[in-house]
Design a protein around this ligand. Structure first.
Ligand SMILES: Nc1ncnc2c1ncn2[C@@H]1O[C@H](COP(=O)(O)OP(=O)(O)OP(=O)(O)O)[C@@H](O)[C@H]1O
Ligand SMILES: [Mg+2]
Length: 298
């Protein structure tokens, strides 16, 4: 009899604790839901703010263009050029952030066409040659994959390559070499695009996280990435000692996040192999079996 009473009491206690736990789980679920909703609405708000910056920026840029007339003096022209360059950098950042948002929400539709890989590499080299030459960097193309063309979104692939080469230029010291390569993938269904440099390298612990938004690191004694002289961004007067003005590249830490999402949009991936002080190679693996839009096959 006493034993039964004890068992009953124990069961009652277990039931009570179970109810308490279930209630606590319910409350936590509610909190998670509220926080998720808050996060979604603040992400949405940020997206709207970023989007709305485009209007005023376009008006500033249009007015700067109006001021740029043949009559203005050298000093004024320099100031205007710096302002226009800064405006263009900001516009690029805004557009990249908006596109990253679209890709994260699965709202970006690929515009697939047949692209020639060597053609994209050569066009990128032509575009970035003068920037690279400011640091005496050699830019080379080495295409060895059996596949020379794939169906892909030309604009996204061009910008992946542009970002990787821009990084290679930023993070390689004077006199280094940058090679744009194609190689066969590990199976017939993939092709590798790679950008290799002889730059500062990336510590092992950052190999995963550098593909996250706003992730940048600085090696001891290294100047901040956005203080590296080499092309876009604000004119760095202090670096103009040799009579040729060098410019700074604006760095916010969104380039590799864009590359990762853009590769994944194609069903591909991105990775890095790097040794500190020796250089880095970024690999983009792309599927070779996508079908171009408008081909009637999809
Ligand atoms: N080729 C490279 N060599 C050494 N470090 C690199 C290289 N590419 C990227 N990194 C490191 O990874 C970080 C993230 O790169 P990411 O391209 O996302 O940003 P960023 O170049 O700093 O700025 P943004 O691309 O927005 O202008 C860089 O800040 C740098 O620390
Ligand atoms: Mg970058």
């Amino acid at each position: 009899m006493v034993k039964k009473a004890k068992v009953d009491l124990l069961e009652e206690k277990i039931a009570e604790e179970k109810a308490g736990l279930l209630e606590a789980i319910k409350q936590k679920d509610c909190q998670i839901e509220t926080l998720t909703r808050r996060l979604e609405s603040s992400t949405e708000l940020t997206r709207m703010i970023v989007h709305d910056l485009k209007g005023p920026l376009a008006s500033i840029m249009a007015n700067l263009d109006l001021l740029m007339s043949p009559e203005i003096g050298r000093k004024e022209r320099e100031i205007l050029e710096t302002a226009i360059q800064g405006g263009n950098d900001l516009l690029n950042i805004i557009n990249t952030l908006l596109e990253i948002g679209k890709m994260e929400r699965g709202k970006l539709e690929l515009n697939l066409s047949i692209i020639n890989l060597a053609g994209i590499f050569k066009a990128t080299v032509a575009k970035m040659k003068s920037l690279a030459s400011q640091k005496n960097l050699v830019l080379e193309v080495d295409c060895r994959s059996k596949i020379s063309s794939v169906a892909a979104d030309a604009s996204l692939i061009e910008r992946i390559i542009f970002n990787l080469v821009m990084n290679a230029i930023k993070y390689t010291r004077e006199g280094g070499t940058i090679i744009l390569m194609t190689r066969d993938g590990s199976n017939k269904c993939t092709v590798l695009l790679a950008v290799s440099d002889t730059g500062i390298g990336i510590p092992r612990k950052f190999h995963e996280t550098i593909f996250d938004l706003y992730t940048q690191f600085r090696l001891p004694g290294e100047r901040r990435a956005d203080k590296q002289d080499c092309g876009a961004g604000a004119v760095d007067k202090s670096a103009a000692g040799n009579g040729r003005e060098k410019r700074r590249i604006a760095s916010v830490g969104i380039g590799l996040a864009f590359c990762k999402l853009a590769a994944e949009q194609h069903g591909g991936s991105i990775g890095v192999e790097s040794e500190l002080g020796k250089g880095s190679t970024f690999f983009v693996s792309l599927p070779t079996n996508l079908i171009p839009s408008g081909s009637g096959l999809i």
